[in-house]
Design a protein around this ligand. Structure first.
Ligand SMILES: [Zn+2]
Length: 202
């Protein structure tokens, strides 16, 4: 272990083995873990405090959503927009954002009130794809300050793709063809627009 600053913020931080490689054993053989064999864990990095600014935070890069609000948007209403990017390994990966620049902790009541219903609508719209068994959604927020929720379509019957490792599988699986990606995005946008808002060209 390296010489640690005494300014580490908590007992939790002071206990960790910075610079060491932890064992991958707890994950190997787990039903949702996509790797086997000799998996090497990266060295545990020391904490960076204060944390570097995210996109959209003071001192960070500009917020990509505010810099180009309509970029990649396939559906929108007066509060929310849904984006897709490019073909990946899953039938669809989509991003839901409010038009205005808020974080989760300062999202105003009129947006928190519609957050549940819009998550339900997006999940249902993605689920309408015949390749999809379940729609996962996640809010991480480590890249951009602008509040956003990721939606990841889990292919029907693909039980290895259950749980959080679906994000890794999205990178591992062969990319779907562009035509299929565009058709999936259009179908999701149209399904959403049936209950309000407008579908935009995908
Ligand atoms: Zn923003």
């Amino acid at each position: 272990m390296t010489d640690l600053p005494s300014s580490l913020p908590s007992e939790y931080h002071r206990r960790l083995p910075y610079g060491e490689r932890l064992s991958a054993a707890p994950l190997i053989g787990q039903p949702f873990f996509p790797f086997e064999g000799d998996v090497q864990v990266v060295e545990l990095a020391e904490p960076v405090i204060p944390e570097p600014p995210r996109n959209g935070e003071e001192g960070g890069k500009p917020c990509p959503k505010c810099a180009d609000p309509d970029q990649s948007v396939i559906w929108r209403d007066d509060q929310w927009a849904l984006k897709v990017f490019e073909p990946s390994g899953l039938p669809l990966v989509a991003l839901l954002e409010p038009h205005q620049h808020y974080r989760l902790d300062n999202l105003p009541p009129e947006l928190t009130a519609t957050l549940g219903p819009i998550i339900q609508r997006v999940a249902k719209a993605i689920q309408s794809l015949d390749s999809v068994g379940r729609t996962h959604f996640n809010r991480w927020g480590d890249g951009s300050e602008h509040f956003h929720v990721w939606f990841l379509a889990r292919p029907l019957g693909m039980m290895q793709l259950r749980g959080a490792q679906i994000a890794a599988w999205d990178d591992l699986l062969p990319k779907i063809p562009v035509e299929e990606f565009t058709a999936n995005a259009r179908q999701v946008a149209a399904a959403l627009a049936k209950d309000g808002g407008e579908a935009l060209g995908a």
